[in-house]
Write a protein that binds this ligand. Structure first.
Ligand SMILES: *[C@@H]1O[C@H](CO)[C@@H](O)[C@H](O)[C@H]1NC(C)=O
Ligand SMILES: *[C@@H]1O[C@H](CO)[C@@H](O)[C@H](O)[C@H]1NC(C)=O
Length: 219
């Protein structure tokens, strides 16, 4: 083999490996809302890692009014919509920049407020949710909520309204029973041991693949 064809082969193998790791940019319709826990246990630097994770995962989607739209809610004792689904659906770069600017709260973990808010507001047509388009909430949390019964009930209402709920758990301080009553099913729960785990490309791709397949399952 000549030196040139050998290096071409190396290049080809490298490209193939990169591509199998990397899901193609998802070209379908999806209304995706991230719901980030910004309670006191998270802290500002870990909250930044959460935001980076959310921002990075949007790279796996084609963002657009007729493609994937992304919203962002942040909660602790209160809940704030930082990004409505309709807000940045024409500029993926602006969307990512805005995700990174979301404000940290640092109080309690009132998950039920966030889930109710998602049902009434974040996934409403008023905020840009589209009729007939699959809806997915990605809840990221590191701990127990303040009122488990309320959390379970709010999650059930949100799911019954047609929203698939994925939960990403960071660390081992959550109440698994509570997580199970939030998520749409066992395969909708993802766990990392600590916040650094969110930085791993493989983990991000696993979650992205799940988001793609749910969209497919839902149509
Ligand atoms: C985070 O978890 C990984 C395993 O996923 C482990 O290797 C690493 O040491 C942990 N880091 C800290 C700071 O605990
Ligand atoms: C996000 O992507 C950047 C650039 O590839 C990387 O440096 C960073 O570690 C990623 N962070 C997370 C939390 O995924």
């Amino acid at each position: 083999m000549t030196k040139l064809s050998a290096s071409l082969l190396v290049l080809l193998v490298a490209v193939t490996i990169t591509e199998s790791r990397l899901p193609k940019k998802f070209p379908g319709n999806l209304d995706l809302v991230f719901i980030l826990d910004s309670s006191g246990s998270v802290g500002t630097s870990n909250f930044l890692i959460m935001k980076r994770f959310a921002s990075n995962i949007t790279l796996s989607f084609k963002i657009g009014e007729t493609l994937t739209q992304v919203g962002l809610d942040v909660f602790s004792s209160t809940v704030t919509t930082e990004i409505k689904l309709k807000e940045f659906n024409t500029c993926a770069g602006c969307l990512r920049a805005k995700i990174l600017r979301a404000k940290y709260k640092g109080k309690m973990t009132k998950t039920f407020f966030a889930l109710d808010h998602a049902r009434f507001n974040s996934f409403s047509t008023h905020y840009g949710a589209r009729i007939g388009v699959p809806k997915i909430a990605v809840v990221m949390t590191d701990g127990k909520s303040q009122e488990k019964d309320k959390t379970c009930e709010s999650a059930k209402y949100l799911r019954n309204s047609g929203v698939i709920i994925i939960v990403i758990i960071i660390g081992n301080k959550v109440d698994m029973e509570e997580i199970q009553c939030i998520a749409s099913g066992p395969s909708f729960i993802f766990t990392v041991q600590n916040f650094s785990g969110l930085k791993k490309r493989g983990f991000r791709d696993r979650v992205a693949r799940k988001l793609f397949s749910d969209k497919i399952a839902a149509v």
